[in-house]
Design a protein around this ligand. Sequence first.
Ligand code: GLU
Ligand code: MG
Length: 436
Amino acid sequence: MTPENRLVFVGTSDLGGIVRGKSFPQSEWEARLTKGVGWVPTNAQITCFDTISDSPFGSLGDLALIPDPQARFTIDTIDRPMDFAIGDICHLDGEPWNNCTRSLARKAISDFHQTTGAMPLIAFEHEFQIRQQTVRSGDAFGLKGFRDSQIWAEPLIQALRQTTCVPDTFMKEYGPAQYELTNKPATGITAADNAVILRVLTHDVLSQFGVTASFSPILDPASVGNGVHIHLSFIDENTDPLTYDPRDPHGMSRLTRHFIGGILKHLDQLVAILAPSEISYLRLVPHRWSAAFNNLGYRDREACVRICPTSGDNEQKIARQFNFEVRAIDGAASPHLALAALMFAGTQGIKDETEPPPPTQEDLSLLNPQALEQKGFKRLPQSLGEALDLFDKSQAARGWFGAEFVDLYVAHKRGEMEQLDGLDWAEKCKRYGDVY
Ligand code: GLU
Ligand code: MG
């Protein structure tokens, strides 16, 4: 194929976390760097089922989806080479559009940086399941399950390396035909871009081996969920770590404590962004090792925010490794919106000097509501409808994301819910499983 006929796809990861966009011949790259490709405001209301939710824009208006040259990837190790760029949705004069998921993430990261002088280091950990793999007993974390996957996993690692992703670990997870793939931390917007790329390439590479992957939050209501865990730590301008303080009993620096405090305080209002499908709430229940309460846990996988282990034998190594993860997220969330939500809430916590409740290492589901409240914990919303009501009413979210975006998002998701009216849980899982 001659270069002028190769197509470059420029895409946005939209409100439903679906990559949508348009392509143009490679020869047009320079021109498209300024004018982008035409984009329509109402596209924001296309649900993951391809229906269109209520849109305040109707048929009006024009935007441009402009490729970011820093986020262009030419992957030529796979059967069908891919030239793919992540873009920003802008007004025709190039100003960012308020409802662009990537611009919102940029804004949140920049607020954090302006408030603290620090930069976040972020790594997304993804779980997914293979839909047609034979499920055998003895496969949890097993060598056999790993060997089944190697045929597609190694080409996937090779493809990821041609992007800004640096693969960290890959394993056969606990669940049936479930795998986990983690990127090494990256700074700023690149981390969310990497999560988009990881999902795109997993689907793309695996399909070339006749294998279908799904990142859907849960494929079978009676079985395990697929989580997305976002790991966070902070560095200063010399890349020195700012997350750890040996004087704190759990190793948290003041910056870390307040950031986590802000996340936990606002979490119930943000779950609609982090766990944004109806079936996400089958996963966010006790004893699924996901997150059911707004708690901080010390090395406890039932906690919504978990302080992760370190293995260093000296303070310097520990300080570099020290990180925490937020576990209430799943693969139906736009990585850009999820990152924006965490950064906005964390930055608010720093501004307000919010202290998190003390870390737990106990089963909170055994406590009665009064005991929970006394300890400063809340059960997270138990349905998408409940989560959307809290997001809709959240003055904090309206301040961070903008009122227009909150209204748009709530209408988008309510339209998505209408598509599932009357279906049972197994059917809802199937619908989402086919999409993500
Ligand atoms: N599958 C669990 C989730 O839905 C996570 C299991 C683990 O890796 O700790 O988040
Ligand atoms: Mg896992």
